[in-house]
Design a protein around this ligand. Sequence first.
Ligand SMILES: [Fe+2]
Length: 374
Amino acid sequence: MIAWDWQAPGRLIVGPGSLSRLGELLTEERVLLVTSQGWRRRGIVGQVCGLLPGVEVAAFDEVEPNPDIDALDAVLPMLREARAALILAVGGGSAIDTAKGLAVALPAPGWGFDAHFRGGKKLPKHGPLPILAVPTTAGTGAEVTPFATIWDKAARQKHSLQSDLLIPRGVILDAELTLGLPRATTIASGLDALSHAFEALWNVNASNLSDGFALQALRLLFRHLPMVVEQPRALAGRAAMLEASLLAGMAIAQTRTALVHSMSYPLTAVLGVPHGLACGAFLAGVLAYNVEADDGRIARAAQALGFGDIAGLRRALDDLLARLGLADALAAAGVSRATVEPLAGQMINPARAGNNLRSADMADVRRLLSASLG
Ligand SMILES: [Fe+2]
């Protein structure tokens, strides 16, 4: 692609222990901290209050995996009473997506997610509250993207909010916060970052800018993802994973995601499969599919990554997925041909599949399912 535009992210502060610099990112006097109950138990509320003397900090600690329309609407009246001027997300992709949703909804009395996603009500006229993001998983890249994924759990559907104004104003990547990540979360979120990097490469919207971010993310991921799974307390590896996730997020912030994500959504919406794991299910299959229509970019990427040629890249991806135990993780999450094939009709999401280097119709999706699920 020759013509492109890209909104750069906000200020990025990177390094182990960098949460201590949180105060540099805000002057607001009222802040809503969005986090999970797990992080509250680990003391994040007191820690943030200690880092922001003189700031009134309200905490919302009920972030659930995959934020839901009705659950969010239910807490809006209570959270509006905090009259926050800024939202601080500390947590994984769901915390950051929740923060983005709240940033839109809180300053707009009467506006809700049900009215927007189910009723067609437009986004509020005035912009969202500013957001700061401290990701504690390495995967979604939500700290640098303009997207928030919001789920309709009742209807088992995925929705998106999208606006450049949702790109966080400030980001802290503190690898110390990721040292305690459970193995399964490390794998699933790492697979999400890996999927973002690949999907930015085999994307009709790719540019030199997104390619640069995606290739560097892949270099880091091939080396460090298996290492952090095997050595979860290795700080350098955890730091590299956070950077890889950020870089892959920057890449998809420009390109959007593609066929892997499109096919993954029903696995999460209907079967409850963690997002990154659902993407991982189709990564090798979609690589093979896209290779058949390669215009040279995948071959160049294989070379740039040091795998020699496309066959080398495919072997490296297969080895990585095997080392992560993907097949067993998918089986444990209930992913099989029998559970997934009935979802095939929901797997072409034009806003995502339409970005793929090679277009796909239902027959292609069915072939990909056979190839991916055996
Ligand atoms: Fe993703």
